[in-house]
Design a protein around this ligand. Structure first.
Ligand code: HEM
Length: 218
């Protein structure tokens, strides 16, 4: 039997490529979008991470999701700092979720309340991604819009409490592998994998709507 970290990674590989090569992400990484598009994207992340991190408190002592909830991952404060920089004080009053973002955040909140295994799928999809491809996005954002290296505007991508991301990711994958014991039911583990695919699809949905809001050649 493959370790669960391999199962979940392999199962979501195709959708990872789809998210990575979405029009919005390609345009963002290609330096073709204005800083307003980046700000709007960051604002969408704020809604998603609020759901992820508000839901975490209730799960932190549980056997399934508890081990994944680690303070050095928390991102809401960083997103708020970035948004103050990008949008100015008072940004909160005008922040609105796109319909796809509202649906994504609602699903995260639902999992946080009712299904720790599903919450782990969402946790993995976002935080392990931020520790990986997120670093590529940070570099591009600094280069394209002139943010200070690891400074305001890109703090979301900077994990001050994680000095060795590769080691952290290894530890995280060990936690995923440990789910084999904590969640012995094969069918339940399959449901978690399916929820991970759903998490990727929810991200792609947000990119689609962002792409519609920021078309390149309208
Ligand atoms: C253009 C955008 C993206 C780029 C360039 C990118 C790039 C990468 C790279 C290079 C890795 C491998 C790192 C490693 O093996 O340690 C990775 C892993 C990952 N990415 Fe992305 N990614 C992007 C978007 C996304 C999105 C939108 C999501 C989901 C919301 C995501 C979720 C993940 C996850 C969960 C992993 C960990 C896979 C694993 O090892 O289990 N990525 N990404």
């Amino acid at each position: 039997m493959d370790p669960f970290s391999t199962v979940i990674r392999t199962a979501s590989h195709e959708q990872h490529t789809e998210a990575e090569t979405s029009t919005f992400m390609s345009d963002l990484l290609g330096g073709r979008l204005g800083v307003d598009a980046y700000a709007r994207y960051t604002e969408q992340l704020w809604f998603v991470y609020r759901a992820l991190e508000e839901g975490a408190a209730a799960l932190k002592d549980g056997p399934v999701a508890g081990p994944f909830i680690q303070p050095e991952l928390l991102r809401v404060a960083e997103l708020e700092r970035d948004l103050s920089h990008l949008r100015g004080a008072g940004w909160q009053a005008s922040a609105t979720p796109l319909p796809a973002t509202a649906a994504y955040a609602a699903r995260v909140a639902e999992c946080a309340q009712e299904w720790p295994g599903g919450y782990v799928a969402h946790h993995y999809t976002r935080y392990l991604g931020d520790l990986s491809g997120g670093q590529i996005i940070r570099g591009k954002a600094e280069q394209t819009w002139g943010f200070a290296r690891k400074g305001d505007g890109v703090r979301f991508y900077v994990f001050e409490g994680i000095s060795n991301p590769a080691a952290f990711k290894r530890g995280y994958r060990e936690l995923l592998d440990g789910l084999g014991e904590v969640v012995p039911d094969e069918l339940e583990r399959q449901r978690i994998v399916d929820e991970c695919k759903r998490a990727f699809a929810l991200n792609t949905g947000v990119f689609r709507e962002l792409g519609e809001e920021f078309p390149l050649s309208a």
